[in-house]
Design a protein around this ligand. Structure first.
Ligand code: DC
Length: 225
């Protein structure tokens, strides 16, 4: 029955606009939304909190398997809340430190395996917008519509800088650019589920393009829309 549920996958590097665009697309379509990055961030957070060495693959894998991660719709209907073992860590997991921890633990095959079934469980009628790095290549390889979003590293750093500043977090643009480039390299070069477009993905470059235009372009790719 799940195979009949349509999935729109959106993969791409950090700052490509995936988060905002996925949310808007899910709202426009009335489909469910999977923010898979939040799952990796939650595991990175839980592991760090438990004092686990992030390079200890076995310990982090065990942590991924036993950590309960829940998504809750926010009262304001905007950002989904993320709960780790019942505790709301939505703000904590958005820091750059947690992003780096997520990227590090995401290279561990056992962690990816532990999160696979959970991610596939989001595929429910009437449809799913799946945001991540390997949605179209691994998790929903049978999805009918796959998009790979890109933007120049400089533009992604600028967007991220604005986002973090708006949240009151202090970080310099130069540090952010360095961090983004390091994370891109790590995500693209890891042996398991590296960040690459699926062969059947449509690559959409968002550099200098408004969110609204990107959303319309993607909607036009969906059969019947
Ligand atoms: O999308 P994000 O920045 O919240 O993701 C955080 C990290 O999690 C990212 O650096 C790589 C990892 N990730 C992944 O490996 N696979 C996914 N499907 C989503 C995220």
């Amino acid at each position: 029955m799940t195979a009949a549920v349509p999935v729109l996958t959106l993969d791409g590097p950090s700052g490509s606009g995936k988060g905002t665009i996925s949310r808007l697309l899910a709202a426009r379509l009335g489909w469910h939304l999977l923010d898979s990055g939040a799952l990796y961030r939650a595991v990175g957070y839980a592991a760090a909190l438990a004092g686990i060495e992030l390079t200890d693959a076995d310990a982090v894998t065990r942590c991924a398997a036993r950590t309960r991660i829940d998504f809750r719709d926010a009262a304001d209907g905007d950002q989904t809340r993320v709960l780790v073992n019942g505790v709301d860590v939505s703000a904590e997991i958005r820091t750059e430190t947690c992003g780096a921890a997520a990227s590090a633990i995401a290279a561990i095959p056992g962690v990816r395996a532990a999160l696979l079934a959970k991610q596939r469980g989001f595929r429910r009628p009437p449809g799913l917008v799946a945001d991540g790095r390997d949605m179209g290549t691994v998790v929903f390889a049978d999805a009918a519509t796959k998009v790979f979003l890109t933007a120049s590293a400089a533009e992604r750093a600028r967007r991220r800088h604005k986002q973090l500043k708006d949240k009151g977090l202090k970080v310099t643009l130069a540090d952010l650019l360095r961090e983004i480039e390091a994370r891109d390299t790590r995500d693209a070069q890891r042996a398991v589920a590296p960040l690459i477009p699926a062969p059947d993905a449509v690559v959409v470059d968002t550099t200098g393009v408004t969110v609204e235009v990107v959303v319309e372009r993607i909607l036009a790719l969906l059969p019947g829309h």
